[in-house]
Design a protein around this ligand. Structure first.
Ligand code: FAD
Length: 477
């Protein structure tokens, strides 16, 4: 087992990896290296003047499935149960999601009966798309874009309205470029195994073993759709930081790793500007493109594969309004690219988590800007000023939600390259990277949002698995 493990990156993936290393019965020496002065990466929560919580990154974590359960277990182990704010299954934020199409909000059908009713903006009840899906033949390609997959199985309307919007909502990406195999592996696998996605999801549901705890049982019994923490999701990295410090993990902040080299004895040298560290093993939880630039010349094929995993930028605009009301109650709405290339969607934060509205309370919504509009502006080298982004967001809130009065509070953050894009053939990049690591026996393990899932649950799981590999319970493959 490795004696000194350096974990690069103090986002949730690196924190989770360090956490699981530090809890081993015979833990290695762990050094966590973070470039910025703050831990948590994209998870960041700030307070407004009235005490309201504004999330600059993720705002809700899904409890479903084995990964959702493991994150809840982590929450309990960190003593945060009393801080959890659940969205229960009967709550409007759990039941209602909308699409903004043709200048109007449309509720997405929920429940079986909804499938048989006309559901604009779709021209026919979604039952017909389901029927087409059940009878469509299995695809033959090893990978396919999300758009092509959805068009083939569910028809052009579902592809260009629903899946286009979903890709924008989850990845801020383009469904015509993203890979179904890597972005939605359960859909891809369901088709491969059962020929039909619907059949596969029905027959394959509930098979993976899940941990159990009081919090997990409560989440199941109350059918939570998502949860947050009273003081914001940044409470989670803060609690991990406190735990790691108590376990003797050495945390270096404000120290970007600026180069990695392999020494004659097979150990790593991690350059940190003025100083350096030595490591028997490295867990990299920095973005793939960053690691690609740090690697030494001997690892050029790996660096090439990693640098090919690009990421897109998102502008997050948090708005709060005094005395305003939303026209509908729900989680939020998504906007397909055909409707507005710049606005990805608007999250109705106050509906899901009114406890975070502050005092006196004010309506909180978050406008996510990105997609091809932002990409084109970035590519042209245009100045993406705070004023421009705020104006775009306020216009969207006014047009799409009728919030025409100026907000009482507004925060604008442009997150550069914040969401990795699993484009067509992403699996081949991963395979090339894993093959290189295995054939060269490099003491390096990859974790983080760049590889197999961008959701917070995926990132925590990637950190857990990286730690398990280093500790020897899972092969490094
Ligand atoms: C706007 C937005 C909204 C989101 N909403 C949700 C949501 O609602 N639900 C959900 O589940 N997920 C959501 N996500 C996704 C999720 O938040 C991220 O995928 C996840 O937080 C990424 O964690 P990470 O640790 O892998 O990477 P990061 O958070 O990117 O962490 C990497 C860390 O490495 C550090 N670093 C970089 N270079 C170096 C270096 N050279 N040396 C040392 N350190 C370095 C960085 O400073 C950073 O702290 C959202 C993401 C964004 C951007």
């Amino acid at each position: 087992m490795a004696r000194t493990v350096v974990v690069l990156g103090g986002g949730i993936s690196g924190l989770a990896a360090s956490y699981h290393l530090s809890r081993a019965p015979c833990p290695p020496k762990v050094v966590l290296v973070e470039a910025s002065e703050r831990l948590g990466g994209w998870i960041r929560s700030v307070r407004g003047p009235n005490g309201a919580v504004f999330e600059l990154g993720p705002r809700g974590i899904r409890p479903a499935g084995a990964l959702g359960a493991r994150t809840l277990l982590l929450v309990s182990e960190l003593g945060l149960d009393s801080e959890v704010l659940p969205v229960r299954g009967d709550h409007p934020a759990a039941k209602n999601r909308f699409l903004y199409v043709g200048g109007a909000l449309h509720a997405l059908p929920s429940g079986l009966r909804g499938l048989f009713r006309p559901s604009p903006p779709f021209s026919k009840p979604l039952f017909w798309a389901g029927l087409r899906e059940l009878t469509a033949p299995r695809g033959k390609d090893p990978d396919e874009t999300v758009h092509s997959f959805a068009q083939r199985r569910l028809g052009p309307e579902v592809a260009s309205l629903a899946m286009d919007s979903l890709c924008r909502g989850v990845f801020a990406g383009n469904s015509r470029e993203l890979s179904v195999r890597s972005c939605f592996p359960s859909l891809f696998q369901a088709e491969q195994t059962h020929r039909s996605v619907l059949l596969g999801l029905l027959l394959g549901a509930g098979q993976s073993p899940q941990p159990d705890s009081a919090l997990i049982s409560q989440a199941r019994a109350e059918r939570w759709s998502q949860w947050s923490l009273r003081g914001g999701l940044e409470t989670l990295p803060q609690a991990l930081n406190a735990h790691l410090t108590s376990r003797g993990v050495h945390i270096l902040r404000g120290q970007p790793a600026c180069g990695l080299s392999l020494q004659a004895d097979g150990r790593w040298k991690v350059s940190l500007g003025d100083s350096s560290l030595e490591a028997d093993h490295i867990i990299s939880a920095v973005p793939a493109s960053v690691l690609g630039k740090l690697l030494p010349a001997e690892a050029a094929p790996l660096a090439r594969a990693l640098r090919a995993i690009a990421a897109v930028s998102v502008a997050v605009v948090n708005l709060q309004y005094r005395g305003a009301r939303l026209p509908v109650q729900g989680f939020g709405h998504l906007v397909p690219s055909s409707e507005d290339p710049g606005v990805l969607g608007i999250v109705y934060d106050s509906v899901a988590f009114p406890e975070q509205d502050g005092s006196p309370p004010g309506l909180r919504v978050t406008v996510m800007l990105g997609g091809s509009w932002l990409h084109t502006l970035e590519a042209r080298g245009a100045v993406l000023s705070q004023e421009l982004l705020q104006q775009q967001a306020q216009e969207a809130a006014a047009t799409q939600l009728g919030l025409k009065e100026p907000p009482s509070h507004c925060l604008v953050h442009l997150h550069k390259n914040c969401i990795p894009q699993y484009t067509l053939g992403h699996w081949q990049k991963l395979e090339a990277a894993m093959q290189f690591l295995a054939s060269q026996r490099l003491p390096l393990t990859l974790a983080g949002a760049s590889y197999e899932g961008v959701a917070v649950n995926d990132c925590i799981e990637s950190g857990r698995q990286a730690a398990a590999r280093v500790l020897g319970s899972v092969p490094n493959s």
